[in-house]
Design a protein around this ligand. Structure first.
Ligand code: KG4
Ligand code: ZN
Length: 311
Protein backbone atom coordinates (compact mmCIF):
# COMPACT_ATOMS: atom_id res chain seq x y z
CA UNK A 1 0.00 0.00 0.00
CA UNK A 2 1.61 3.28 -1.11
CA UNK A 3 0.39 6.51 0.52
CA UNK A 4 1.22 10.02 -0.64
CA UNK A 5 1.01 12.38 2.37
CA UNK A 6 0.87 16.18 2.37
CA UNK A 7 1.46 18.53 5.34
CA UNK A 8 0.95 22.30 5.02
CA UNK A 9 -0.69 23.27 8.34
CA UNK A 10 1.81 25.98 9.33
CA UNK A 11 5.25 26.99 8.02
CA UNK A 12 6.64 23.71 6.67
CA UNK A 13 5.70 22.45 3.21
CA UNK A 14 6.15 18.70 3.36
CA UNK A 15 5.36 15.65 1.22
CA UNK A 16 6.13 12.05 2.16
CA UNK A 17 5.72 8.69 0.48
CA UNK A 18 4.87 5.84 2.85
CA UNK A 19 4.80 2.16 1.92
CA UNK A 20 2.74 0.40 4.62
CA UNK A 21 4.52 1.43 7.83
CA UNK A 22 7.83 2.32 6.14
CA UNK A 23 8.83 5.85 5.15
CA UNK A 24 10.18 5.88 1.57
CA UNK A 25 10.72 9.64 1.48
CA UNK A 26 9.98 12.70 3.63
CA UNK A 27 10.78 16.06 2.05
CA UNK A 28 10.38 19.15 4.24
CA UNK A 29 10.75 22.69 2.94
CA UNK A 30 10.97 25.09 5.88
CA UNK A 31 9.79 28.67 5.47
CA UNK A 32 11.56 29.91 8.61
CA UNK A 33 13.78 32.43 6.78
CA UNK A 34 10.71 34.07 5.19
CA UNK A 35 9.01 34.60 8.57
CA UNK A 36 12.08 35.56 10.62
CA UNK A 37 11.94 39.30 9.79
CA UNK A 38 8.44 39.40 11.35
CA UNK A 39 9.33 37.43 14.52
CA UNK A 40 6.66 34.76 13.88
CA UNK A 41 4.61 33.01 11.21
CA UNK A 42 2.66 35.38 8.94
CA UNK A 43 -0.30 33.30 7.64
CA UNK A 44 -0.56 35.15 4.33
CA UNK A 45 3.14 34.62 3.57
CA UNK A 46 2.94 30.99 4.71
CA UNK A 47 0.09 30.18 2.31
CA UNK A 48 1.82 31.91 -0.60
CA UNK A 49 5.04 30.00 0.17
CA UNK A 50 3.16 26.67 0.24
CA UNK A 51 1.61 27.55 -3.13
CA UNK A 52 5.02 28.41 -4.59
CA UNK A 53 6.85 25.34 -3.25
CA UNK A 54 4.39 22.45 -3.10
CA UNK A 55 5.02 21.26 -6.69
CA UNK A 56 8.79 20.97 -6.31
CA UNK A 57 8.46 19.35 -2.85
CA UNK A 58 5.98 16.85 -4.32
CA UNK A 59 8.28 16.00 -7.21
CA UNK A 60 11.26 15.63 -4.86
CA UNK A 61 9.29 13.22 -2.65
CA UNK A 62 8.25 11.08 -5.64
CA UNK A 63 11.82 11.00 -6.99
CA UNK A 64 13.40 10.21 -3.60
CA UNK A 65 10.95 7.33 -3.05
CA UNK A 66 11.71 5.91 -6.54
CA UNK A 67 8.02 5.54 -7.41
CA UNK A 68 5.69 6.80 -10.16
CA UNK A 69 2.34 8.53 -9.67
CA UNK A 70 0.66 5.31 -10.88
CA UNK A 71 2.03 3.45 -7.82
CA UNK A 72 0.08 5.66 -5.37
CA UNK A 73 -2.95 3.99 -3.70
CA UNK A 74 -4.12 6.73 -1.29
CA UNK A 75 -3.64 10.46 -0.79
CA UNK A 76 -3.51 11.73 2.80
CA UNK A 77 -3.37 15.37 3.87
CA UNK A 78 -3.47 17.42 7.08
CA UNK A 79 -7.06 18.59 7.43
CA UNK A 80 -6.82 20.26 10.88
CA UNK A 81 -5.80 21.91 13.14
CA UNK A 82 -3.71 24.61 11.47
CA UNK A 83 -3.80 27.94 9.65
CA UNK A 84 -6.85 27.76 7.40
CA UNK A 85 -5.27 29.37 4.32
CA UNK A 86 -2.29 26.99 4.66
CA UNK A 87 -4.48 23.91 5.14
CA UNK A 88 -6.40 24.87 2.00
CA UNK A 89 -3.25 24.65 -0.15
CA UNK A 90 -2.59 21.07 0.99
CA UNK A 91 -6.23 20.09 0.64
CA UNK A 92 -6.46 21.51 -2.90
CA UNK A 93 -3.33 19.67 -4.06
CA UNK A 94 -4.49 16.43 -2.39
CA UNK A 95 -7.95 16.66 -3.99
CA UNK A 96 -6.46 17.40 -7.40
CA UNK A 97 -4.12 14.38 -7.28
CA UNK A 98 -6.95 12.22 -5.95
CA UNK A 99 -9.22 13.22 -8.85
CA UNK A 100 -6.45 12.84 -11.42
CA UNK A 101 -5.39 9.36 -10.23
CA UNK A 102 -8.90 8.32 -9.19
CA UNK A 103 -7.55 7.24 -5.78
CA UNK A 104 -9.16 7.82 -2.34
CA UNK A 105 -8.48 10.83 -0.17
CA UNK A 106 -7.78 10.67 3.59
CA UNK A 107 -8.10 13.81 5.76
CA UNK A 108 -5.80 13.48 8.79
CA UNK A 109 -5.57 15.21 12.18
CA UNK A 110 -2.22 16.98 12.67
CA UNK A 111 -2.02 16.41 16.45
CA UNK A 112 -2.73 12.71 16.12
CA UNK A 113 -0.02 12.78 13.43
CA UNK A 114 2.49 14.10 15.99
CA UNK A 115 1.71 11.11 18.23
CA UNK A 116 2.04 8.67 15.31
CA UNK A 117 5.52 10.12 14.61
CA UNK A 118 6.34 7.97 17.63
CA UNK A 119 5.46 4.73 15.84
CA UNK A 120 7.87 5.30 12.94
CA UNK A 121 10.48 2.51 13.26
CA UNK A 122 9.12 1.74 16.77
CA UNK A 123 6.71 -0.74 18.37
CA UNK A 124 3.80 0.33 20.58
CA UNK A 125 2.07 -1.54 23.37
CA UNK A 126 -1.30 -0.13 24.50
CA UNK A 127 -2.29 1.84 26.52
CA UNK A 128 -0.15 4.56 24.98
CA UNK A 129 0.33 7.87 26.80
CA UNK A 130 1.46 10.84 24.71
CA UNK A 131 2.80 14.28 25.53
CA UNK A 132 2.40 16.64 22.56
CA UNK A 133 4.44 19.82 22.91
CA UNK A 134 4.35 22.04 19.86
CA UNK A 135 4.08 25.70 18.94
CA UNK A 136 0.30 25.65 19.18
CA UNK A 137 -0.50 22.80 21.60
CA UNK A 138 0.55 21.25 24.89
CA UNK A 139 -1.51 18.14 25.55
CA UNK A 140 -1.39 14.87 27.42
CA UNK A 141 -3.32 12.21 25.49
CA UNK A 142 -4.19 8.58 26.10
CA UNK A 143 -4.78 5.89 23.45
CA UNK A 144 -6.23 2.61 24.67
CA UNK A 145 -6.25 1.37 21.07
CA UNK A 146 -5.22 2.69 17.68
CA UNK A 147 -6.79 6.05 16.71
CA UNK A 148 -8.91 6.42 19.86
CA UNK A 149 -7.13 9.46 21.26
CA UNK A 150 -8.48 10.95 24.48
CA UNK A 151 -7.16 14.32 25.70
CA UNK A 152 -6.49 13.99 29.46
CA UNK A 153 -4.65 17.28 29.97
CA UNK A 154 -4.17 20.48 28.04
CA UNK A 155 -2.86 24.01 28.34
CA UNK A 156 -5.29 26.58 29.64
CA UNK A 157 -3.62 29.38 27.66
CA UNK A 158 -0.30 29.45 25.78
CA UNK A 159 1.50 26.35 24.51
CA UNK A 160 5.03 25.54 25.69
CA UNK A 161 6.48 26.24 22.22
CA UNK A 162 4.59 29.53 22.09
CA UNK A 163 6.15 30.52 25.44
CA UNK A 164 9.65 29.77 24.06
CA UNK A 165 8.86 31.74 20.88
CA UNK A 166 7.34 34.77 22.62
CA UNK A 167 10.05 35.10 25.28
CA UNK A 168 12.73 34.71 22.60
CA UNK A 169 11.09 37.55 20.72
CA UNK A 170 11.19 39.75 23.86
CA UNK A 171 14.90 38.97 24.05
CA UNK A 172 15.37 40.00 20.41
CA UNK A 173 16.23 36.44 19.32
CA UNK A 174 15.32 34.87 15.99
CA UNK A 175 12.12 32.93 15.23
CA UNK A 176 11.55 30.12 16.10
CA UNK A 177 12.55 30.85 19.67
CA UNK A 178 12.77 27.29 21.04
CA UNK A 179 16.00 26.29 19.32
CA UNK A 180 17.48 29.76 20.01
CA UNK A 181 16.73 29.66 23.75
CA UNK A 182 18.09 26.13 23.83
CA UNK A 183 21.33 27.26 22.14
CA UNK A 184 21.94 29.99 24.76
CA UNK A 185 20.84 27.72 27.62
CA UNK A 186 23.66 25.27 26.85
CA UNK A 187 26.25 27.50 28.53
CA UNK A 188 23.94 29.05 31.13
CA UNK A 189 22.82 28.23 34.68
CA UNK A 190 19.38 28.42 36.27
CA UNK A 191 20.00 31.62 38.25
CA UNK A 192 16.74 33.49 37.56
CA UNK A 193 13.85 32.71 39.82
CA UNK A 194 10.92 31.84 37.55
CA UNK A 195 7.65 30.37 38.88
CA UNK A 196 6.88 26.74 38.08
CA UNK A 197 3.60 27.32 36.22
CA UNK A 198 0.41 25.51 37.28
CA UNK A 199 2.32 23.36 39.75
CA UNK A 200 -0.77 21.51 40.98
CA UNK A 201 -2.18 17.99 40.91
CA UNK A 202 -4.11 18.46 37.65
CA UNK A 203 -2.88 17.30 34.25
CA UNK A 204 -3.36 20.74 32.73
CA UNK A 205 -0.72 23.32 31.87
CA UNK A 206 -0.48 27.11 31.79
CA UNK A 207 2.39 29.10 30.30
CA UNK A 208 1.09 32.67 30.04
CA UNK A 209 2.04 33.52 33.67
CA UNK A 210 5.57 32.28 33.03
CA UNK A 211 5.69 34.46 29.91
CA UNK A 212 4.61 37.51 31.98
CA UNK A 213 7.18 36.72 34.69
CA UNK A 214 9.85 36.64 31.96
CA UNK A 215 8.59 39.95 30.53
CA UNK A 216 8.89 41.59 33.97
CA UNK A 217 12.48 40.42 34.48
CA UNK A 218 13.49 41.38 30.94
CA UNK A 219 12.01 44.86 31.38
CA UNK A 220 13.74 45.40 34.76
CA UNK A 221 17.13 44.04 33.79
CA UNK A 222 17.19 45.05 30.15
CA UNK A 223 20.83 46.28 30.27
CA UNK A 224 22.43 43.61 32.41
CA UNK A 225 20.44 40.48 31.66
CA UNK A 226 22.61 37.39 31.31
CA UNK A 227 20.99 35.83 28.27
CA UNK A 228 22.59 32.41 28.77
CA UNK A 229 21.48 32.14 32.39
CA UNK A 230 18.05 33.53 31.56
CA UNK A 231 17.61 31.02 28.72
CA UNK A 232 18.73 28.17 30.99
CA UNK A 233 16.26 29.31 33.66
CA UNK A 234 13.37 29.39 31.18
CA UNK A 235 14.26 26.08 29.56
CA UNK A 236 14.68 24.35 32.92
CA UNK A 237 11.34 25.71 34.18
CA UNK A 238 9.44 24.53 31.09
CA UNK A 239 11.15 21.11 31.15
CA UNK A 240 10.53 20.74 34.90
CA UNK A 241 6.79 21.31 34.65
CA UNK A 242 6.44 19.09 31.55
CA UNK A 243 8.24 16.27 33.35
CA UNK A 244 6.30 16.81 36.59
CA UNK A 245 2.94 16.56 34.79
CA UNK A 246 4.23 13.58 32.79
CA UNK A 247 4.91 11.72 36.05
CA UNK A 248 1.42 12.58 37.32
CA UNK A 249 -0.09 11.27 34.07
CA UNK A 250 2.07 8.11 34.21
CA UNK A 251 0.96 7.32 37.74
CA UNK A 252 -2.67 7.98 36.87
CA UNK A 253 -2.89 6.05 33.59
CA UNK A 254 -0.26 3.29 34.00
CA UNK A 255 0.63 3.16 30.27
CA UNK A 256 2.81 0.54 28.60
CA UNK A 257 4.23 3.10 26.14
CA UNK A 258 4.92 6.82 26.65
CA UNK A 259 5.63 9.06 23.64
CA UNK A 260 7.07 12.56 23.63
CA UNK A 261 6.19 14.44 20.43
CA UNK A 262 5.75 17.80 18.67
CA UNK A 263 8.31 20.45 17.77
CA UNK A 264 9.46 21.10 21.37
CA UNK A 265 10.39 17.41 21.68
CA UNK A 266 13.44 18.35 19.55
CA UNK A 267 14.75 20.03 22.73
CA UNK A 268 17.73 18.06 24.06
CA UNK A 269 17.17 18.89 27.71
CA UNK A 270 13.53 17.74 27.50
CA UNK A 271 14.47 14.56 25.56
CA UNK A 272 17.12 13.65 28.16
CA UNK A 273 14.84 14.24 31.15
CA UNK A 274 12.02 12.31 29.48
CA UNK A 275 14.23 9.30 28.71
CA UNK A 276 15.65 9.46 32.26
CA UNK A 277 12.18 8.52 33.55
CA UNK A 278 13.03 5.03 32.27
CA UNK A 279 15.33 4.57 35.30
CA UNK A 280 12.32 4.64 37.64
CA UNK A 281 9.66 3.28 35.28
CA UNK A 282 11.64 0.49 33.61
CA UNK A 283 8.50 -1.45 32.62
CA UNK A 284 7.37 1.41 30.34
CA UNK A 285 8.57 1.84 26.76
CA UNK A 286 9.64 5.50 26.42
CA UNK A 287 9.69 6.77 22.83
CA UNK A 288 11.12 10.02 21.50
CA UNK A 289 10.75 10.35 17.70
CA UNK A 290 13.84 10.85 15.56
CA UNK A 291 14.53 14.62 15.18
CA UNK A 292 13.31 14.63 11.56
CA UNK A 293 9.85 13.54 12.78
CA UNK A 294 9.57 15.94 15.79
CA UNK A 295 8.83 19.21 13.99
CA UNK A 296 6.11 19.33 11.32
CA UNK A 297 6.57 16.72 8.58
CA UNK A 298 4.41 14.70 6.18
CA UNK A 299 5.84 11.30 7.22
CA UNK A 300 3.80 11.42 10.45
CA UNK A 301 0.66 12.20 8.37
CA UNK A 302 1.37 9.26 6.05
CA UNK A 303 2.05 6.79 8.86
CA UNK A 304 -1.15 7.83 10.65
CA UNK A 305 -3.07 7.38 7.36
CA UNK A 306 -1.66 3.83 7.14
CA UNK A 307 -2.97 2.98 10.64
CA UNK A 308 -6.34 4.58 9.74
CA UNK A 309 -6.55 2.30 6.71
CA UNK A 310 -5.62 -0.95 8.46
CA UNK A 311 -7.92 -0.23 11.39
O1 KG4 B 1 5.34 20.88 15.94
P1 KG4 B 1 5.88 22.14 15.40
O2 KG4 B 1 6.94 22.04 14.32
O3 KG4 B 1 4.76 23.07 14.83
C1 KG4 B 1 3.49 23.14 15.43
O4 KG4 B 1 2.65 22.25 15.15
O5 KG4 B 1 3.33 24.10 16.23
O6 KG4 B 1 6.47 22.95 16.66
C2 KG4 B 1 7.09 24.19 16.53
C3 KG4 B 1 7.54 24.65 17.92
C4 KG4 B 1 8.03 26.09 17.96
O7 KG4 B 1 7.40 26.74 19.04
C5 KG4 B 1 9.52 25.96 18.20
O8 KG4 B 1 10.09 27.04 18.93
C6 KG4 B 1 9.57 24.67 19.00
O9 KG4 B 1 8.62 23.83 18.37
N1 KG4 B 1 10.91 24.03 18.95
C7 KG4 B 1 11.72 23.92 20.02
C8 KG4 B 1 12.91 23.30 19.56
N2 KG4 B 1 12.76 23.05 18.22
C9 KG4 B 1 11.53 23.50 17.87
N3 KG4 B 1 11.54 24.28 21.31
C10 KG4 B 1 12.55 24.05 22.16
N4 KG4 B 1 13.73 23.48 21.80
C11 KG4 B 1 13.95 23.10 20.52
N5 KG4 B 1 15.10 22.53 20.19
ZN1 ZN C 1 2.89 20.46 14.55
Amino acid sequence: MIILAIETSCDETSVAIVSNNKILSNIVHSQILKHQPYGGVVPEIAAREHTANISSVLQAAITAACINYDDIDYIAYTAKPGLINCLLVGKTIAETISLFLNKPLLPVNHLQGHIYAGIINQEWQFPVLGLIVSGGHTQLVLLKEHLKMEVIGTTEDDAAGECFDKVARMLGLKYPGGPEISKYAKTGKKTYNLPLPKDDSSLNFSFSGLKSACANIIEKEINNLNINDFSASLETTIVDILIKKSILALEKTQPKTFILSGGVSANNNLRNHFLKLKEKYSHINFIVPELEYCTDNAAMIGILAYYMLIN
